[in-house]
Ligand binder design. Structure first.
Ligand SMILES: Nc1nc2c(c(=O)[nH]1)N[C@H]1C(S)=C(S)[C@@H](COP(=O)(O)OP(=O)(O)OC[C@H]3O[C@@H](n4cnc5c(=O)[nH]c(N)nc54)[C@H](O)[C@@H]3O)O[C@H]1N2
Ligand SMILES: Nc1nc2c(c(=O)[nH]1)N[C@H]1C(S)=C(S)[C@@H](COP(=O)(O)OP(=O)(O)OC[C@H]3O[C@@H](n4cnc5c(=O)[nH]c(N)nc54)[C@H](O)[C@@H]3O)O[C@H]1N2
Ligand code: SF4
Ligand SMILES: [Mo]
Length: 745
C-alpha cells in the first residue's frame, strides 16, 4: 500500500498530458487536483483527469486474466491463461500459417507506457503479414501525405499556437478533444491569447462547436468540402500574387505543378461543394496570406472524410505557399527530448514509400503504409478460403464500437478459433475473446508518453512513477506482448523468458541506431551502449531515447546532458523551450526537399473536380466528441455520465421541422449500412443538411461487464457507417459525411 501522501502524475488519457496531484489515504485515491507547478500544463486539467482514481478502483476493471468456458468467463492464473493461448493459438498457426492470425491495435496503445514501446518489438518478432489499427479510422491520410511530402509518415508539423497570429482550425474541436496531433495543455487558452494579441482564429466545421467560443469566425463547411476549399485558397494565392515561400524558397519542389493544378478551382467553382460563399473564400485566403505568422491546422474532420488525403495534403500545401512551414508562429516540427520509436523508418520503406504492394484477400483493398481499412477485418474472418483469419489479438481497442461496418465485425468475431484481448475491461469487443489479459491500471505503472511529445508545442518532458503496486504479482503489458510474440513463434508458454527477449530487442534496437546515418551514436560500439544502459523494459528504452535525443548525455559525449534519472529527479518536468526551425534535419525525401506535388496524391484530383458539381441531396451524418468521453471506454466512470443524455442526434431546426421532429423526440436514422433510434436535440449549431451523433456509445451488448456504461448505453454511430466507404488514396474510413435519412421513430 502506498504511503498516505500526494503524488505527482501526468494524466495519460490524451495529448494534453496534464500534470495531476493525486492524494492517497489508506490505499485509496481521495482527491485529484491540477498540478500548478507542472512546467508543461501549469495547472490545467479537464474533468477526465480527476477520474483516474475511479478508473483504478472500478470494480469492473479486470485484475486477473479471464478464460472463456462455454458462455462464461472464469478468472485464471497467468500461467493458465498463457497455457490456454498456447493450446488455442498454436494449432491454428501450425495448420494455416501466420496468415491466419492478425492483430488490431487500438487508441490507448498510443498513450500507454509499455504498449506503445513494445508494439515495436511485437510486430517484427511475429512478422504477421497483415495487421490492423484504429489509424485507418483516424489519421492515415496525414500519414500518407506527410510520408510523401516530408519523407516520414509521422513527420507531422503542428501549429505554433503560442506565437502565431492567424490560426485556421479545420475539422477539429479542441473544446472536446483537447487537441489532437498537437499536444498543448489548455489549447483553448492559447486560442484566447492569439485573439488577445490582435490575431484571429477561424474554425472550418459543419458544426458551431464549443471551440467557436474561442474563435472569431465560423466557416460552416459542407462535410467533405475541405479539399475544395483549400484548393480555392491556393488558387487565390496564385491568382493574386500572394504566394510567398519566404525562407522555403529553393527547398520545395512541385510549386509550379500545384499552381497549374489549382487553376480551375476558383472560389466560384468550389462554392457549391464547400457550401461557402465565394466572397468568404476569397477574403479568408487574403487574410491568411496577409498574416505575419499563420498556421492552417487540420484534424480528424479533414481525415475521416471523402477527400481525406487531398485535404490533409492541402493543409501542408497552404502552410508552404504562405511560407509558414518551419517558421516560428507557423506550422512547425516538434523536437522531443526523447525521440519516439515511431520516428524510425520501417525497414520495408527504407528505399522510399510505395503503395499498393499487396491487396486484401476478400475485397481486394490495396495496402497503404502496411495496412488496409479496419472494415476489411470482418470479411477476412467470415469468408472461407486460403488465408482466412482464424486467430485475432486485440490490443487496447474496441473495434466492435469504433469501426465502420461494426455490426458485421460483431457477427464475425464469434467464428474465430482463437481470440485474445489485451484489455482492462470486458467490453463490447473483448466479450468475444477466448482469453482476456488485463494490463496494469494507469496508477500502477510509470508513465512517459512515447509519441505525444512528437507533436508538442514545446520541447518539454516529465516522468511519472507508479503510485500503486498491483494487488497480485502480474506481468506488465510489455511482458504480455513479448510472451504473446514468443507464443506466435511457437515457443512453449512455460519456456518463455521475457527478460531474455527484452535483452534481444534492446540490443537489436541499439545496434540499428548505431548504424542509422545522422544518429548521435552512429558508428559507436553497440555492446558498450547496451552495457551502459541499466534496467529493462520500457524504462530502459526511455533512458536510451532520452540519452540519444537532442539534449541527451549520449553515453559520455555530454556529461551535462539529459538521462532518465535526471528527468525523473524533476517531478514538475523540464522545459527546454518552444519549437525551433529544423526542416533540413527533418526532411527525409529522396530529393532532400519538400516534395509538394506527389503524383500519388495529385492523381486523386479528378475525383474532387467531379464532385464540385454535386449539390446537397438529403442529410449527411458527422461525428462528434465530448470532453467527458474518451472514445468508447470511459462511460463506466459514474462522474462522467451523470446529467443530460449526451448520446443524441443534433439536427438543425429547419431539418427537424421538415421531418416533424421536435427536441427530445426519438428519431430513426438510417443509412445504407443500418439504422438506429436515438433522441433528437434540435439546435442551430448544425449547418442545415448535416446531422451529428457522438462516437463511442452503444453499451447495450449482452455479455459485456460495464455496469455503469450499460445503464447509459446510447447508440453506436458506426452501425450507420458503411465499411466500404473509404478515402481512396489512404484507405481511411469515411465516417463524416455519410448520407442518412432521418424520420420520427
Ligand atoms: N464514427 C466514428 N468512428 C470513429 C471515430 C469517429 O470520430 N467517428 N474516431 C476514430 C478514432 S480517431 C479512434 S482513435 C478510434 C478508437 O477506436 P479504438 O481504439 O478501437 O477504441 P477505444 O474506444 O479507444 O477502445 C480502447 C480500448 O482499450 C481499453 N483500454 C483502455 N486503457 C487501456 C490500457 O491501458 N491497456 C489496455 N490493454 N487496454 C486499455 C479499453 O477498455 C477499450 O477496450 O475510433 C475511431 N472510430
Ligand atoms: N474528450 C475526448 N478527447 C479526445 C477523444 C475523445 O473521444 N474524447 N478522442 C481522442 C482521439 S482518438 C482523437 S483522434 C482526437 C480527435 O480530435 P479532433 O480532431 O479535435 O476531433 P473531434 O472533437 O471529433 O472534432 C472533429 C470535428 O470535425 C468536424 N467535421 C466533421 N466532418 C467535417 C468535414 O468534412 N470538414 C470539416 N472541416 N470538419 C468536419 C466535426 O463537426 C467536429 O467538430 O481527440 C482525442 N481526444
Ligand atoms: S485534458 Fe483531461 S484527459 Fe487530457 S490529459 Fe488533461 S486531464 Fe487528462
Ligand atoms: Mo483517434
Amino acid at each position: 500500500m502506498p504511503a498516505d501522501a500526494t503524488y505527482i502524475k501526468t494524466c495519460p488519457l490524451c495529448e494534453a498530458m496534464c500534470g495531476l496531484k493525486i492524494s492517497v489515504e489508506g490505499g485509496r485515491v481521495t482527491k485529484i487536483r491540477p498540478h500548478e507547478d507542472d512546467v508543461w500544463s501549469r495547472g490545467y486539467i479537464c474533468p477526465k483527469g480527476t477520474t483516474l482514481g475511479h478508473l483504478h478502483e472500478d470494480p469492473d476493471r479486470l485484475r486477473q486474466p479471464l478464460v472463456r468456458r462455454g458462455d462464461e468467463f472464469v478468472e485464471v492464473s497467468w500461467e493458465e491463461a498463457f497455457a490456454e493461448i498456447e493450446r488455442r493459438l498454436q494449432p491454428v498457426i501450425e495448420a494455416h500459417g501466420k496468415q491466419a492470425m492478425t492483430v488490431y491495435f487500438g487508441n490507448p496503445v498510443a498513450h500507454n507506457y509499455s504498449l506503445s514501446r513494445y508494439t515495436g518489438a511485437f510486430i517484427p518478432m511475429t512478422d504477421l503479414p497483415v495487421v490492423y489499427s484504429a489509424g485507418t479510422v483516424d489519421q492515415w491520410p496525414k500519414n500518407v501525405s506527410n510520408a510523401l511530402l516530408y519523407g516520414g509518415m509521422w513527420k507531422i508539423p503542428v501549429p505554433d499556437v503560442d506565437r502565431c497570429d492567424h490560426l485556421v482550425v479545420m475539422g477539429a474541436n479542441p473544446h472536446a478533444s483537447q487537441g489532437s496531433l498537437v499536444a498543448c495543455a489548455d489549447i483553448l487558452g492559447r486560442f484566447d491569447a492569439i485573439r488577445e494579441r490582435g490575431g484571429k482564429v477561424i474554425v472550418v466545421d459543419p458544426r458551431r462547436t464549443g471551440t467557436l467560443k474561442h474563435a472569431d469566425e465560423w466557416l460552416p463547411i459542407r462535410p467533405g468540402g475541405d479539399a475544395a476549399l483549400l484548393m480555392a485558397w491556393a488558387n487565390v494565392l496564385f491568382a493574386e500574387g500572394l504566394v510567398d515561400l519566404g525562407h522555403l524558397a529553393g527547398r520545395v519542389t512541385g510549386v509550379e505543378e500545384v499552381e497549374a493544378l489549382c487553376r480551375d478551382f476558383t472560389p466560384e467553382a468550389v462554392a457549391l461543394r464547400t457550401g461557402l460563399p465565394a466572397d468568404d473564400i476569397r477574403r479568408s485566403a487574403r487574410e491568411l496570406a496577409a498574416a505575419e505568422r499563420a498556421a492552417v491546422y487540420g484534424r480528424i474532420g479533414t481525415c475521416t472524410q471523402e477527400f481525406g488525403t487531398l485535404a490533409s495534403w492541402l493543409v501542408e500545401v497552404l502552410n508552404v505557399l504562405t511560407g509558414n512551414l518551419d517558421k516560428a508562429g507557423g506550422s512547425m516540427f516538434a523536437k522531443p527530448i526523447a525521440w519516439s520509436l515511431l520516428s524510425l523508418t520501417p525497414p520495408d520503406f527504407a528505399e522510399g514509400y510505395s503503395f499498393h504492394r499487396w491487396k486484401s484477400r476478400v475485397r481486394g483493398a490495396p495496402e497503404v503504409l502496411g495496412q488496409v481499412p479496419i472494415s476489411c477485418l470482418a470479411e477476412e474472418i467470415a469468408t472461407p478460403g486460403e488465408g482466412q483469419i482464424k486467430a485475432l489479438l486485440t490490443v487496447a481497442g474496441n473495434p466492435v464500437l469504433s469501426s465502420p461496418g461494426c455490426a458485421e465485425l460483431d457477427a464475425a468475431l464469434p467464428e474465430l478459433e482463437c481470440m485474445i484481448s489485451i484489455d482492462n475491461w470486458l467490453n463490447e469487443t473483448s466479450r468475444h475473446a477466448h482469453v482476456i489479459l488485463p494490463g496494469l491500471s494507469v496508477l500502477e505503472q510509470p508513465h512517459y508518453d512515447e509519441m505525444q511529445w512528437s507533436w508538442a508545442v514545446r520541447s518539454a518532458g516529465k516522468f511519472s512513477e507508479a503510485i500503486f503496486e498491483p494487488e497480485t504479482e502480474r506481468p506488465a503489458e510489455w511482458e504480455i506482448l513479448l510472451t504473446l510474440a514468443a507464443l506466435v513463434q511457437g515457443q512453449k508458454a512455460a519456456d518463455v523468458d521475457t527478460r531474455a527477449l527484452d535483452q534481444l530487442f534492446f540490443a537489436g534496437l541499439v545496434a540499428a541506431i548505431t548504424q542509422l546515418p545522422g544518429s548521435r551514436i552512429e558508428g559507436r560500439d553497440p555492446a558498450e551502449i547496451v552495457a551502459a544502459t541499466p534496467g529493462h523494459g520500457p524504462s530502459r528504452l526511455l533512458d536510451f531515447q532520452i540519452r540519444t535525443g537532442p539534449w541527451g548525455e549520449c553515453y559520455g559525449e555530454d556529461p551535462e546532458g539529459l538521462t532518465l534519472a535526471k528527468l525523473a529527479a524533476e517531478p514538475d518536468g523540464i522545459d527546454l523551450g518552444p519549437m525551433v526551425p529544423y526542416l533540413d534535419e527533418v526532411l527525409a525525401t529522396p530529393s532532400g526537399k519538400v516534395e509538394l506535388a506527389p503524383d500519388y496524391i495529385t492523381s486523386d484530383l479528378p475525383r474532387l473536380r467531379e464532385a464540385l458539381g454535386k449539390g446537397e441531396e438529403g442529410l449527411v451524418l458527422v461525428s462528434r466528441r465530448h470532453v467527458r468521453s474518451n472514445n468508447s471506454w470511459m462511460h463506466n466512470v459514474p462522474a462522467l455520465v451523470t446529467g443530460r443524455d449526451r448520446c443524441t442526434l443534433i439536427i438543425h431546426p429547419d431539418d427537424a421541422r421538415a421531418r416533424n421532429l421536435e427536441d427530445g423526440a426519438t428519431a430513426r436514422v438510417s443509412s445504407s449500412a443500418g439504422s438506429l433510434e436515438v433522441p433528437v436535440e434540435v439546435s442551430d449549431e448544425m449547418r442545415p443538411g448535416v446531422v451529428c451523433l457522438p462516437h463511442g456509445w452503444g453499451h447495450d451488448k449482452r455479455g459485456a461487464r460495464l455496469s455503469v456504461a450499460s445503464r447509459h448505453a446510447g447508440v453506436c454511430n458506426n452501425v450507420l457507417a458503411p465499411g466500404d466507404l473509404v478515402d481512396a488514396p489512404s484507405g481511411n474510413a469515411i465516417v463524416n459525411g455519410i448520407p442518412v435519412e432521418v424520420a420520427p421513430a
